[in-house]
Design a protein around this ligand. Sequence first.
Ligand code: KIV
Length: 269
Amino acid sequence: MTPYADRQSRLTLSDLLNMKQTGEKITCLTAYDASFTALLEQSGIEVILIGDSLGMVIQGHDNTLPVSVEAMIYHCRCVSKARQRALLIGDLPFASYATPDQALHNAARLIQDGGVDMVKLEGNKTASIAHLTSNGIPVCGHLGLLPQSVNLLGGYKVQGRDPQQAERLLDDAQAIAEAGASLLVLECIPAELAGKISRAINIPVIGIGAGIECDGQVLVIYDLLNINSGHRPRFCKNFLEDRHSIQDAILAYQNAVKQGTFPGAEHSY
Ligand code: KIV
């Protein structure tokens, strides 16, 4: 039993920081509607991300670029209706935070109209992060593979493999933490580099395709349930295999993350 398992009140950023410090792994999954949110809440998932991955898994686009602020607000509202104790993060979608003032305007909409606690934005946007946090808005950074930059990156590729790129990622992570971010997502980078970054910064690091040494893990819920028509990235695992319900699959993910058995080497780079 973890200290947070039977807690009724909402999880806070200090709880997540405390988990990093005590070595308890943080569990995070995406949700886009009230029904899945209720299942995640019943399983005790600590953080729920309303990701702009909804552009692909809900709206059927090839990438996340067409997702609008309005669509994000709609899905954030659906999730926040069913939220009980998990911390909610809403993604700022593509081109909605090009300047610090635009970031503040759209982040405030996700919080006021969508009901989330925190916003996530991609890349080393330290000016926007500082502007949001100085206006009371908690920020989650996102480094490594940046899906909103897929056209610039030339596809969904592992990042940080060469030493220069790796050093840049470490510097960016430190800059994001110093700018005031309270969490950082690392996507698709070598496990060793993710471990180094997690140890170097004093905010919790949540990995996806970033190995076992991060402070917590996140997956897109549809990947965990093997509802995936296209390419299946190496970091996905079908937790529904040999299980009889979605609830059992979510609990299996929760236990695997807590016990440090997911992700394995076969899910890492
Ligand atoms: O949009 C999303 O679901 C995400 C996760 C893949 C981290 O950003």
